[in-house]
Every structure is written in C-alpha cells, then in structure tokens.
Design a protein around this ligand. Structure first.
Ligand code: FDA
Length: 452
C-alpha cells in the first residue's frame, strides 16, 4: 500500500473506511462485489484502517456457549445479495459443516462460530485493510473554497501517514460504558474484557464475583463465572426485580426489518421516540429466555441442595467499590427497598453496564464544524447514512452506527448491515463524478433520501 508521510502528496482513495468491524467488512465486500462486476473505470478504490492487530469482534465476550441474537441469514451479505459468496452458508460449506448445521435446526449460531465466519469473510477482502493502523485525525482539503477531499491521518508502528479520501465511511462501533466515577482496574472490569481478565486469573481460586447489570451480557457473565469457578460465589446486583426476557416474537422482530428503517426515518420525532420506547425490550436490558430459565433452575437446585453460591441481590444498587490492596475489592450494595447496606468483599466486580456509540464526529476535527446538527444538537444524517454538511463540502462522510435517532434501533446492530452497506454504496456511486449528474442530484443537507 502506498504510504505518504505528512508533507508528501498522499494517495487518493474514493473511499477511506475507519474501523474494520462487521459493518466495514460488509462495506468492503459490497465494494469488492461491485468492482468485480464493474468495468475498470467504474471500480471504487477503497482503503480501510483498523486499530486492532488482526480482525476481532468482541473477543472478550466469546463465551464458548453463547449464541447470536440474530439469525444467521442476517449475515454480512444475504439480505443485499442472497447469491453472494460471502454468506454464512458459504462459510459453513467451506468449513465442511453445512449439513451438520442444518441438522442442528437453529437460526442462531454460536458466537464463536459467527466470529469465525466474520474472520473468514474479512480475510477474503484483506487487500483493502491495514490492521494495526489507528485513524487519529481528519482534516479538510480545500479547492476554490470547497472541501473536495479529506486528509486522514493514520498512526501505526511505522509512525504517521496521510491518506486522501473523496469519501469517508466511519464504522468505529461501540465503547464500553462504566458508571460515572468508576475506573477500570485489575479487579474492576467491564464485561467487554471478561475472558481476557479471567485468563489472567489462571491458577487463582477466587471466592466471590459481583456482576452489576440485568441485561444479556450481565446474565452471561453470571452463568459463565459460576460455571468456570466452581468454588466461587457469584452475586448478581441489579435494580430490577428480576431479569426480563428479550422480545423476539415475529411481529416485534419486524422493527429490525430494512423497511422499518424507511418508516422510522420519515416518522415524526414523537413517533420515533415512541417506537424506541415500545421496542426497547427487543434489545436493551433484556435476556434470552433460555438463559433466564437456566439461571433460575440453577439457583433453585442450589437452594434444594443447600449449596447456594448463586445470589441475586435484586432491587439493589452497588453504591461503593474500593480496591483492597492485594485482596480484591470491597463493595457496598444498598437495598432500594429498605436502604440496608451490605458490605461484600470480592475478587472482582464486573460492570455489565452497556456501551455507547463512538462519537462519529470525534475524529473529524474542524470538519465536524461543517457538519449539520438538529435542534437537539444531534448530528444530521441522510437516509443514505451520509452526514449532512454545509454546501461547501463536496466529499461524503458516511456513518455506520450512531444513527439510532435517525434510522432506529438497528443502528448499532448486525440486522441491517448487509442492506445498509448496499445503500451507502448506491449513494457513493450516485454522487461520483463518473456517474453523470449524481452529485448535483444529492440532497446535500442530509435531511432526505438521496434522489436517484
Ligand atoms: P464494531 O465495534 O464491531 O467494530 C468497530 C471497529 O472499529 C473495531 O474493530 C475497532 O477496533 C475499530 N476502530 C475504532 N476506532 C478506530 C480508529 N480510530 N481507527 C481504526 N479503527 C478503529 N448485534 C447483533 O445484531 N446481534 C448479536 O448477536 C450481537 N451480539 C453482540 C454481542 C456482544 C458481546 C456485543 C458487545 C455486541 C453485540 N452486538 C450484536 C452489537 C454489536 O454492536 C454489533 O454486533 C457489531 O459489533 C457492530 O459492528 P461495527 O463494525 O459497527 O462495530
């Protein structure tokens, strides 16, 4: 790959992608399928940058028995191109497990298996990605007062390099969220680092873990730590009365459909808020019913046998957590009913307190000042996932993620990835100089669907 030091003329790409998680892997596949079909002059050149040294999707949570929360048919390609060679079914075939998977009669692969699929797919488009490269900044390149290109600064083991882009696609994913004032330490973890931290405990004989939260990750942590450390007590702390099941029934599941994005996008603000509230329980702070049943069964069995080491401190809040040098942590749990405080010493506290989307404008520097925001200060994004910009910005800045306020609940999920990247590609092609008056027909303020 051509590299330019600051000061040199940088290589120009039609598209630079930031991050190479599932969203931008799907983008790279859509581009490679387009380029295979298109003539040489219509090919789209692209370069993706990924800070991790190799492909990895939530590695800290690849618990061996955890399954996907989405059908394998919502893989990186199928909803866009059911005949794609990058599908989960083609992956299964290449691994020699197609028939075994069919006999398994499940739509929901193991998470480790889906990770292997993603890695397999990413490997086939790895000519488009540089691993171990972090994008650290973006600056506008002006020509006659118009921002025609963006210069992307990338840091790697070899230092800084510049790449010039006609378009950007930001797919930087989610960031772990800790409660305010709580710092991660050797004994205070976020769920995203679970397996790495547990590996680091090899040979230890922990006596207690505390898991904070009542969502899917929290419940998975409780079940995993209980199974992995047969001598340890596991205390689940949450403000709810009990775990609530995820609604994955047919009608509710339609909120993840591609058409639901169209409807959400055009709906009035109050309807958008209503839809998010009604269907929050398809994704947020909920747990797969099978896992809830397993945990309840386990808790009851221990009660019967008098071997209780699975404790549920419900309607409670963890109010304090202090490092106890050499020993672990001292935590305090307060009952929200009685106000009673229970001190708990533990080897580790795991916060399963969720994630927040990375700020899409965070990397854009002064370009961010040219991006439009709505009345609530949220970034304006067009139906084609292009950030609304001032008229003097000709290059396209697309976002995958961080669009829940405009495109709905699928924004940070896998369900709509295949379709979304097709829509971004269509928009890119529609706006490219080689496609006639595409650029002129684009709705430039990011408030409407690209007219094609
Ligand atoms: P993702 O976060 O996966 O990737 C972003 C990438 O960008 C990362 O690899 C990161 O290193 C890189 N990056 C960030 N900043 C960078 C920079 N400045 N320079 C270079 N690289 C940078 N959803 C679903 O639909 N079904 C499911 O079953 C699950 N399961 C699931 C399990 C767990 C444990 C979690 C935490 C989340 C899920 N999800 C999910 C939701 C999840 O957000 C989704 O699966 C994808 O990770 C979204 O893919 P992205 O590529 O958008 O982000």
């Amino acid at each position: 790959m051509a590299q330019a030091r600051p000061g040199d003329a940088p290589p120009i790409h039609d598209l630079v992608g930031i991050g190479f998680g599932p969203s931008n892997v799907a983008m790279a596949i859509a581009l490679s399928e387009h380029n295979a079909r298109a003539g040489r002059q219509d090919a789209v050149t692209a370069q993706f940058f990924e800070v991790q040294p190799r492909f990895g999707w939530h590695r800290g949570m690849l618990i061996d028995d955890a399954t996907m929360q989405v059908s394998f048919l919502k893989d990186l390609v199928t909803l866009r191109n059911p005949a794609s060679e990058f599908s989960f079914l083609c992956y299964l075939k290449s691994r020699g497990r197609l028939v075994d998977f069919i006999n398994h009669k499940s739509l929901f692969p193991l998470r480790v298996e889906f990770h292997d699929y993603l890695e397999w797919a990413a490997a086939q488009v790895d000519d488009m990605v540089c691993y171990g490269h972090e994008v650290v900044g973006v600056t506008p390149v002006l020509s006659d007062g118009v921002v025609e290109h963006l210069d992307v600064t990338v840091r790697s083991g070899e230092g800084l390099a510049l790449h010039r882009a006609r378009n950007l696609v930001i797919g930087t994913g989610l960031r772990p969220l800790m409660p305010e004032g709580v710092e991660r330490t050797e004994h205070v973890w976020h769920t995203s680092e679970l397996l790495t931290r547990v590996e680091g405990m090899a040979g230890a004989a922990p006596s207690r873990f505390i898991v904070v939260g009542a969502g899917q990750s929290a419940a998975e942590n409780v079940a995993y730590l209980h199974r992995r450390f047969p001598g340890a007590e596991v205390c689940a702390v949450f403000t709810r009365y009990g775990y609530s099941p995820a609604d994955d029934s047919g009608f509710a599941n339609r909120i993840f459909d591609p058409e639901a994005v169209d409807e959400f996008f055009t709906a009035p603000e109050d309807v958008k808020r209503g839809l998010m509230d009604y269907h929050r329980n398809t994704n947020y702070s909920v747990v797969d019913i099978d896992l809830i049943d397993d945990l309840y069964r386990q808790m009851y069995q221990e009660k019967v046998l008098g071997t209780e080491r699975l404790r549920f401190l419900n309607v409670s809040r963890l109010t304090e957590v202090k490092e106890d040098p050499g020993a672990g942590v001292r935590a305090t749990v307060r009952s929200l009913v009685t106000g009673e405080e229970t001190p708990l010493d533990a080897d580790a506290v795991v916060f399963a307190t969720g994630y927040r989307p990375a700020d899409p404008l965070g990397l854009l520097g002064e370009v961010a000042d040219r991006c439009l925001r709505d009345e609530e200060g949220r970034v304006r994004v067009g139906r084609d996932y292009r950030i609304g910009t001032e008229p003097g910005v000709r290059c396209g800045i697309y976002v995958q993620g961080g669009t829940e306020h405009t495109h709905g609940i699928t924004s940070s999920l896998l369900s709509n990835t295949a379709v979304r990247v097709g829509e971004i590609l269509d928009s890119l092609l529609g706006r490219s100089p080689g496609s006639g008056s595409g650029a002129a027909r684009t709705v430039a303020d990011g408030t409407g669907r690209t007219a094609r």
